[in-house]
Design a protein around this ligand. Structure first.
Ligand SMILES: [Zn+2]
Length: 348
């Protein structure tokens, strides 16, 4: 028995000295000193010996146990020390090394322009108003003086919500005007930018696009007020030397109705480039269409409970992307929605 213990001690000491790392060391410790370890087994078998032998062998076995425990502990400390001495090699830090610049995002040109619209009109007393993009028939059409069967409903290629009667993705932001007027009393001055939806898709049309809509209701407002407000705002938003032209038009919700054109920023409104060639952007007309406007139709005011004998007002609705395209000379609407960083970085 003593011999068996002696040889276990020797082979274990040898194994400890060649253990490569902490893992190997603790596995070895479990095999020898663990609950089911070799030394433990020997200690348990002592009960079969005589009292005399038990005393002698037991003492020896305990000495071996203590010695091995100390050896394991010592070797563990060696590994620990090595680990810390390696840190200087593996985890060094050069504080003079130049930093790594984090990737920086930037505002999308549409979001940025919406901020500018709110800012410019805000300075003229227009407050921001918002409404739902999924709209009912009343707010999108009927209240705007577009009764059922009116041809204007076909003009705006509408997305209808499946299985829901008379629910649409709003075709213009004018629904916000109705909702706002239903809930407040004149005087009213609001600006309402937002998403709109129509079945249309090419270089200048997208099924989802943005509009911004303005509304002013007060006593004695006029087209002259409208022109003054738009000229001031669009000069700040698009180009400081911009001019505007009003052309008579037709919309169900305004009377009179006008189309708003701005002078071409590409040729300065002359229709001609410095080299005498025709301007491609405005096709030599000198003007670019930007949206519709007019004096709010008395029927619309009646629909929201405002007396058209006492109050009147003007409204306008512009394509938001259209104005950004004019401002920055962008020729394809789809660029706004493709998320190509080469395009977006130019606005950062
Ligand atoms: Zn032009």
């Amino acid at each position: 028995m003593k011999q068996k213990l002696q040889s276990l001690l020797e082979t274990t000491l040898k194994s400890i000295s060649v253990a490569k790392n902490e893992k190997v060391l603790s596995d070895l410790e479990t095999t020898i000193l663990g609950r089911k370890g070799e030394l433990t087994k020997i200690l348990r078998s002592l009960s079969a010996l005589s009292v005399e032998e038990k005393k002698e062998v037991g003492k020896f076995a305990n000495e071996i146990k203590v010695e091995l425990k100390n050896k394991f502990e010592l070797q563990r400390q060696v590994f620990e020390a090595e680990k810390f001495s390696n840190i200087a090699e593996e985890e060094w830090l050069d504080i003079t090394f130049p930093g790594i610049k984090p990737e920086e995002g930037s505002r999308h040109p549409i979001s940025r322009f919406i901020d500018e619209v709110e800012d410019v009109f805000g300075k003229m007393g227009f407050t921001f108003a918002d409404g739902p993009e999924i709209e009912d028939d009343w707010h999108n059409f009927t209240a705007l003086n577009i009764p059922p069967d009116h041809p204007a409903r076909d003009m705006q290629d509408t997305f209808w919500v499946k299985d829901m009667e008379k629910i649409v993705l709003r075709t213009q932001t004018s629904d916000v005007q109705i909702r706002y007027m239903e809930n407040s009393k004149p005087p009213i001055r609001i600006i309402a930018p937002g998403k709109t939806y129509r079945k249309d898709s090419d270089a200048t049309h997208s099924p989802m696009f943005h509009q911004y809509e303005g509304l002013m209701i007060d006593r004695d407002t006029s087209l002259a007020n409208l022109k003054a407000v738009l000229l001031e705002a669009l000069r700040q938003l698009i180009a400081p030397d911009l001019n505007l032209r009003f052309r008579l038009s037709y919309f169900p919700f305004t009377e009179p109705s006008i189309e708003v054109d701005c002078s071409c920023v590409n040729c300065g409104g002359s229709g001609e480039m410095p080299d005498g060639k025709n301007c491609r952007v405005c096709k030599r007309t000198g003007w670019l269409e930007i949206g519709g406007a007019g004096m709010v139709h008395p029927n619309v005011l009646k629909n929201v409970g405002i007396d058209p004998e006492e109050y009147n007002g003007f409204a306008f609705g512009f394509g938001l992307e259209r104005q950004i395209m004019i401002k920055y000379k962008i020729d394809d609407l789809r660029l706004f929605f493709e998320n190509d960083l080469r395009f977006l970085r130019q606005f950062a």
